[in-house]
Design a protein around this ligand. Structure first.
Ligand code: UD1
Length: 417
């Protein structure tokens, strides 16, 4: 088992590029299945979740080649509509393949993704929406057996919660359905816009992606395309947290500052100085980190749940009390217990976490419990006294391209063992 060894105390300095977004690469890779033809996808990050998505494409019969961060997918030769359980289990978000497979093959069979490290992760909204589009779904022994005998037909779908994955699945299933689909209370995350822009580059007709009501007019074919994935806004947030906790000075390049509108004020309240340019941000960390009173995770454009753990790590060293309210996922405070092992003072009660700043963190042996929680431990370790060993780093590799190399280039003492 690999682990990260971090010797804390170095101020981060220099420049760093943010890689492409995991959360838009995955639905875009699924979308390549919708119609034959070729997609040349640039800025596609080298992550284990992306590898898992590519394995699914290969299993289904696609031709996939990777050259550094460019992935070329040709789905002319797709010959299966089933994803085996072993591949479904490699990545929970593989449920996003369902809408694309059913659209292309009029049937799909995959295992139920089940719970995950963030607590139960139901897919009821995915299922009820696909049913509305004309899919019959049999759920038996943990398998979803889906069929759309007469093809998919556009309709109006009102989501009871703006689920990112359900919105993506509806978009994928409706882009080539007959007629018009209207999604009400759709998720508005930037990754939804990125997926729509990719589909539009192939000739799809999608209006108002990124707004609460999205209108999709089905088309009968999609063409080949070349597309660049958006920068990863959560990786950018993680780097800003890392620079801030070490009091460093770093130019973070290849970011879209508009996507960070809800997190930038939090860093400013904490005392970081951010100079925002068109596609980069210069961050100067504070000498004393100030607490942030109230951070509530919300669907976009609210504060992102994925940024909660990295920013909590930064605020463990603040000069006062910070309060978090996690409104999106249950069980999303598992990193808190590990941060406490490093000397942090965090009390969790249900949705609320109260972080009382401490003067020092101390190196310890800790476990990455999930992707962003693992990144939070790296951030804390950068500022801790002594050496931190972070185990179970497979979670971190799902969403960060060689985090030790990225932070190492900025002067952090961090190695993979
Ligand atoms: C996506 C992101 C994840 C991010 C999350 C919220 C990807 C690959 N992952 O996850 O990083 O943390 O958005 O921004 O893009 N829910 C239901 N029923 C459903 C679907 C969701 O109850 O059918 C609930 C979930 O349990 C959760 C909430 O809705 O409590 C948000 O989930 P959702 O927006 O669907 O997140 P994901 O798409 O899984």
């Amino acid at each position: 088992m690999e682990r990260l060894i971090v010797k804390g105390g170095e101020r981060l300095r220099g420049e760093i590029d943010v890689h492409g977004a995991k959360n838009s690469s995955l639905p875009i890779l699924a979308a390549t299945l919708l119609c034959g033809g070729e997609t040349v996808l640039h800025n596609c990050p080298k992550l284990s979740d992306v590898d898992a998505a590519i394995k699914i494409l290969l299993y289904l019969g696609c031709d996939v080649k990777r050259y550094e961060d460019t992935v070329i997918i040709n789905s002319d030769s797709i010959n299966s509509s089933e994803i085996p359980e072993s591949l479904m289990h490699e990545m929970r978000s593989s449920i996003v393949f369902l809408g694309a497979i059913i659209s292309r093959m009029n049937k799909a069979k995959l295992s139920f993704p089940g719970g995950c490290e963030l607590g139960p992760r139901p897919i009821d909204l995915h299922i009820s929406s696909l049913k509305k589009l004309g899919v019959t779904i049999n759920e038996e022994y943990g398998t979803l057996d889906c069929e759309a005998k007469s093809g998919l037909v556009g309709t109006k779908i009102n989501l009871s919660f703006p689920s990112v994955g359900a919105t993506e699945n509806i978009m994928l299933a409706s882009v080539m359905a007959k007629g018009e689909t209207i999604i009400l209370n759709a998720a508005q995350e930037p990754e939804i816009i990125d997926l729509a822009n990719y589909l539009i580059s192939r000739g799809a007709k999608i209006k108002d992606a990124g707004k609460s009501t999205v209108i999709i007019e089905g088309v009968s074919e999609l063409k080949s395309t070349e597309y660049r994935v958006m920068p990863d806004r959560i990786v950018a947030t993680t780097y800003i947290s890392a620079v801030s906790i070490t009091g460093g000075d770093v130019l973070i390049k290849d970011v879209n500052p508009d996507d960070l509108e809800s997190v930038i004020p939090v860093f400013e309240q904490a005392g970081s100085k951010l100079k925002v340019y068109k596609d980069s941000i210069f961050v100067s960390g504070p000498s004393i980190i100030r607490p942030v009173k109230n951070i509530r995770t919300m669907p976009y454009p609210g504060f992102p749940t994925d940024a909660q753990a990295p920013i909590m790590a930064m605020l463990t060293l603040s000069s006062g009390t910070s309060v978090f309210v996690e409104n999106i996922f249950e069980s999303r405070y598992k990193h808190a217990g590990e941060l406490v092992r490093m000397g942090a003072d965090i009390k969790v009660e249900g949705k609320v976490a109260i972080v009382q700043g401490v003067e020092k963190l101390y190196g310890a042996s800790v476990e990455a419990t999930d992707l962003r929680g693992g990144a939070a431990l790296c951030i804390a370790a950068l500022a801790a006294n002594g050496e931190t060993k972070i185990n179970n780093i497979g979670h971190i590799d799902r969403g960060y391209e060689s985090i030790e190399q990225a932070l190492g280039r900025l002067g952090a003492k961090i190695v993979r063992e």
